[in-house]
Design a protein around this ligand. Structure first.
Ligand code: PLP
Length: 393
């Protein structure tokens, strides 16, 4: 009973990192574990990005930078929004942080007061609720099941918003479900939000580029230009360029909010790593075909995995629009095999056939599990064979 703060006691460690740790322990004990819990691309960071980082070291860019990031990188982010999203931002509307997670943390710290409500569609990315709790805010969930492709409807959104709601999270394409909202769907959500001017909208576009839907990428800022002053776009280079370890994320939004997020950052981490900033600059300004190659591989694995999992009795998953995750509904298998929770089911799969998965309850969707397909096709085939064996035992 170490006397820690109420703040830290209110949150739990990231469950996805916990799964990776458990798998690592089993592996260290000599077990042949297949880890499908991780949330990072299995590809190396493209060579031209690494070269830019080495050049930055050699050029002596190894000192503090401006708290909110170097101007060329902020300019590259502005160019990216113009190029990919037809959105216009000025330099004082952009903040570079130490990873996408850090951008989100800065946002919640700068925007929310204790007692404020944060609307989070479930399944959600694991960190949203805990980060909200960390600043004393209250997460309010909207449940979106498999039958609605895990996406919320305007009616559900209208019902979830109260006078205390100050923030809505949207994440498309979604971790963990892989589904994405179309421009039309976002327009319909925006129509609801127009009636609630106290609500800020955070669109987490971390998987923007990992998309193969038959509709183009859209976020709510693109769907509702009139709501511009109430929207923060959050993104980063981690997933698109296989740069998870470099820790560069960014936010774009109204200048006063970005200034407040910068102030938070100035009293906590200061600037993100200088060398990583130069690497991210190269990534955003360089040849974007590295993304296309990765997405092609992810799509191929996705097609294999979704089809193979649907052939396992008691497991059901839908084709995703992007990301490198598929979210399987395992309720039938849990019932037929007598598992009360998805956590117990995942523990049994890890224990018996040594495949590490993240239980759906970590994402606010019990009765599911998340497969990451950021691994080779051969590894996925072996994992499927093991789970099929588990299912038939
Ligand atoms: N947002 C979503 C939806 C994610 O899945 C992740 C990473 O898993 C992040 C944000 C954070 O990314 P980063 O590694 O840049 O902090």
């Amino acid at each position: 009973n170490y006397p820690l703060s109420d703040r830290v006691n209110a949150i739990q460690p990231s469950p996805t990192l916990a799964v990776s740790q458990k798998a690592a322990e089993l592996r260290a004990a000599g077990h042949d574990v297949i880890g499908l819990g991780v949330g990072e691309p299995d590809f190396d960071t493209p060579e031209f990005i690494k070269t830019a980082a080495k050049a930055a070291i050699d050029a002596g860019y190894t000192k503090y930078t401006a708290v909110d990031g170097i101007v060329p990188l902020k300019q590259a982010v502005i160019n990216k929004f113009k190029r990919d999203n037809q959105l216009e931002y000025a330099l004082n509307e952009i903040l570079i942080s130490a990873g996408g997670k850090h951008s989100i943390f800065n946002l919640l710290s700068a925007w929310l007061n204790p007692g404020d409500e944060v609307v989070i569609p479930a399944p959600y990315w694991v960190s949203y609720p805990d980060m909200a709790k960390l600043v004393g805010a209250e997460p309010k969930f909207i449940q979106a099941g498999i039958d609605q492709r895990y996406k919320i409807t305007p009616a559900q959104l209208a019902e979830a918003i109260t006078p205390k709601t100050r923030l809505l999270f949207l994440n498309s394409p979604s971790n963990p479900t892989g589904t994405a909202y179309s421009l039309e769907e976002l327009k319909a959500l925006a129509e609801v939000l127009r009636a609630h001017p106290q609500v800020l909208i955070a669109t987490d576009d971390m998987y923007e580029h990992i998309l193969w839907a038959d509709f183009p990428f859209a976020n709510i800022a693109m769907a509702a230009p009139d709501l511009r002053d109430r929207i923060v776009v959050l993104s980063g280079v981690s997933k698109a360029y296989s740069m998870t370890g470099w820790r560069i994320g960014y936010a774009a939004g109204p200048a006063p909010l970005i200034a407040a997020m910068k102030k938070m950052q100035s009293q906590s981490t200061s600037n993100p790593a200088s060398i990583s900033q130069y690497a991210a600059l190269a990534a955003l300004e360089g040849d974007q075909s590295c993304i296309t190659d990765m997405v092609k591989a992810f799509k191929q694995r996705h097609d294999y995995l979704v089809d193979a999992l649907n052939q396992i009795p008691g497991m059901r998953c839908i084709a995703g629009d992007g990301t490198f995750y598929t979210f399987a509904n395992i309720e039938e298998m849990m019932a037929s095999k007598g598992f009360a929770t998805d956590v117990e089911w995942c523990e049994a799969v890890l224990g018996e056939v040594k495949v590490a998965l993240v239980p759906g309850s970590a994402f606010g969707a019990p009765g599911h599990c998340r497969f990451s397909f950021a691994t080779s096709l051969d590894t996925l085939k072996e994992a499927v064979a093991r789970i099929a064996k588990f299912a038939s035992n």
